[in-house]
Write a protein that binds this ligand. Structure first.
Ligand code: UTP
Length: 273
């Protein structure tokens, strides 16, 4: 079954400059927890304990976060403050972490391809940590892993967005298989509203079968001169099957300032107070 989860975290995070000048976007805290930790917790809940990061320059804080800080541990040992580290300690004890670097930012598709050595020849999940997904029941990745057991093909998470926002996303259309599930027939990266095949946008959660690596290797740069995972998934849909799943839960675009503030308020109200 699926055990590995890939986190492409090499992007520049320009929308959050200057905060992201020397700090990874994924380390921005939503209340008191970095974005990337929410993503790893979601993966863990889905049974994915092999966590692989595609990082870039200036991202070492992520590696340090998922490691023991002996000095800190020693300082707070036996005090009431130990409770603050319980969550991250459990993650470090349960998961195994591996890292590789994307030396040139050639797009999300390219970043995923750089993860091939860490993933190998098996199906895996991908989490874009700046899409924070919160659900009252089962986590979004958990929902998708269950679907994978049934369909055994790549699955993308989708959400309806206002038509005027399609230019921010990969947009899919296809045959409705079930009330919450499409078989993908078309997939377009960041279409103008008038060119969008629907208003179903792909969010930062994927289950990918390993043939995606071969397809990515043969996918030329697309929109913005970047290797687009959307283009590779379109090829995969043509060659075989890709499903698009309307997940249960709420998603916050924490790569944008507005989404980040919304997520912060939501998490403060629901989990912290
Ligand atoms: P984004 O489109 O959000 O880009 O990438 P970004 O650089 O992180 O942020 P902005 O737009 O400049 O503010 C989506 C995801 O793909 C990863 C990013 O780290 C993010 O998780 N990514 C993107 C890479 O790992 N490498 C790339 O070359 C591009």
């Amino acid at each position: 079954m699926i055990k590995k989860c890939l986190f492409p975290v090499a992007g520049y995070g320009t929308r959050f400059l200057p905060a992201t000048k020397s700090m990874p976007k994924e380390m921005l805290p939503i209340v008191n927890k970095p974005l990337v930790q929410y993503g790893v917790e979601e993966a863990m809940e889905a049974g994915l304990t092999n966590i692989a990061f595609v990082t870039g320059r200036g991202k070492r804080a992520i590696e340090d976060h998922f490691d023991v800080s002996y000095e800190l541990e020693h300082q707070i040992s036996g005090t009431g403050k130990e409770q603050y580290l319980e969550g991250i300690r459990a993650i470090i004890e349960t998961c195994c972490f591996s890292y590789t670097r994307q030396t040139e930012m050639k797009g999300l598709g390219h970043a995923i391809l750089m993860g091939e050595n860490l993933i190998g020849d098996e199906a895996f999940a991908v989490v874009l940590a700046d899409d924070l997904c919160i659900s009252s029941g089962e986590g979004v990745l958990s929902q998708m892993v269950k679907l994978y057991k049934q369909f055994r093909c790549s699955i993308v998470a989708i959400e309806e967005v206002p038509l005027q926002e399609t230019e921010k996303y990969g947009v899919v259309a296809g045959e409705l298989v079930r009330e919450d599930l499409f078989r993908v027939e078309t997939m377009v990266e960041k279409p103008k509203p008038e060119e969008a095949p629907s208003n179903y946008a792909v969010m930062g959660r994927y289950i990918l079968t390993p043939d995606i690596f071969r397809i990515l290797r043969n996918t030329p740069p697309g929109r913005n001169g970047e290797v687009q995972i959307t283009d590779a998934l379109m090829t995969q849909a043509r060659e075989g099957c890709v499903m698009a799943y309307k997940f249960k839960g709420k998603r916050f675009d924490c790569g944008s300032v507005e989404g980040f503030i919304e997520a912060t308020n939501h998490c403060y109200q629901h989990f912290y107070k």
